[in-house]
Design a protein around this ligand. Structure first.
Ligand SMILES: C[S@@+](CC[C@H](N)C(=O)[O-])C[C@H]1O[C@@H](n2cnc3c(N)ncnc32)[C@H](O)[C@@H]1O
Length: 278
């Protein structure tokens, strides 16, 4: 990834309406203070993917996550799913997150709810993961690999850090056929989508890395409705974040999101949940 491309992805999340500051401002407004926060207090605010806690449970099932299971969350964001998996399942999480504000933001939210012993945050690029080979039982990721130019490198890194028999389970955008050039440009400018895999493309990359038992579930139908609701949530959040003085996203984000909803609802772009075993 070139430096300007990396910076575009970083800047996109710097402006993103879901931020540590926005979550803390909301909690302060709701509770009057930030003392004695519990993990459950955050779950309504800190899940930056499509489908909320229900889909994190599904991913946990696919990845074999249970008490004591060592999990790497690739592109962990503010670590919402990681904290949920540590709290609800007793798993041990390592979050890999590129953004220089989101990584410390994730660590701060984790400390505030007393989960720092089970959720650690490493600021790094998922194309070069600073973890030892074979040290993880599971690798997960949600709605993030669209930002990463070399999906093959990410999948090879997941394979390397998993123990034999370890599982990968992730969700991402996937295209049903090539989009128009203008759509790739819109999705890059507004949502920092570097490249989009096809369903077969993902299967091929996993097989090439050495994964077996590859399952690809088409989520396009479910995502159509979820994205519409999410877009409405972002439009509301835009007003709220402006009032709070926290990042609101820019015009390109909202224009791009509108196009994303259309592309998914018309079935040209979709979602996929991939599961595989090392
Ligand atoms: C949509 S958020 C998903 C966050 C989290 N998975 C969740 O569900 O709440 C995508 C995250 O991927 C991160 N990211 C993008 N490119 C990355 C890379 N190459 N390496 C690590 N993190 C990256 C972004 O900074 C952002 O925080």
């Amino acid at each position: 990834m070139s430096q300007p491309e990396r910076q575009h992805v970083v800047d996109f999340y710097r402006r993103h309406p879901i931020s540590r500051e926005q979550i803390l401002a909301r909690l302060t407004a709701q509770r009057g203070h930030l003392d004695d926060l519990a993990p459950e207090d955050l779950f309504e605010h800190d899940q930056d993917h499509y489908g909320g806690l229900g889909v994190v449970d599904l991913l946990a099932q696919r990845a074999g996550i249970a008490a004591g299971v060592r999990v790497a969350d690739f592109c962990a964001g503010l670590a919402g799913p990681a904290r949920y998996l540590a709290h609800r399942y007793g798993a041990i999480l390592t979050c890999i997150e590129l953004n220089p504000e989101r990584a410390p933001g994730a660590a701060d939210l984790t400390r505030r709810v007393g989960l720092a012993g089970r959720v650690r945050v490493v600021r790094a690029d998922v194309m070069r993961v600073p973890l030892a080979s074979g040290c993880m039982d599971a690798v997960i990721s949600q709605e993030a690999l669209l930002h990463v130019p070399d999906k093959g490198a990410v999948i090879a890194e997941a394979f390397r850090i998993l123990r034999p028999g370890g599982r990968i389970a992730f969700t991402d955008w996937a295209e049903h056929g090539p989009l128009e050039a203008g759509d790739y440009r819109t999705l890059w400018e507004g949502i920092a989508a570097q490249s989009i895999q096809s369903y077969d493309g993902y299967r091929g990359l996993l097989a090439q890395a050495g994964f077996r038992d590859i399952l690809a579930e088409d989520l396009t139908g479910q995502w159509g409705a979820i994205l519409e609701q999410r877009f409405a949530m972002y439009r509301k959040l835009r007003e709220e974040t402006r009032r709070l003085g926290t990042p609101s996203g820019d015009e390109a984000f909202y224009a791009s999101y509108a196009r994303l909803v259309e592309l998914v609802q018309s079935g040209r772009l979709g979602g996929v949940r991939i599961t595989a075993v090392k």
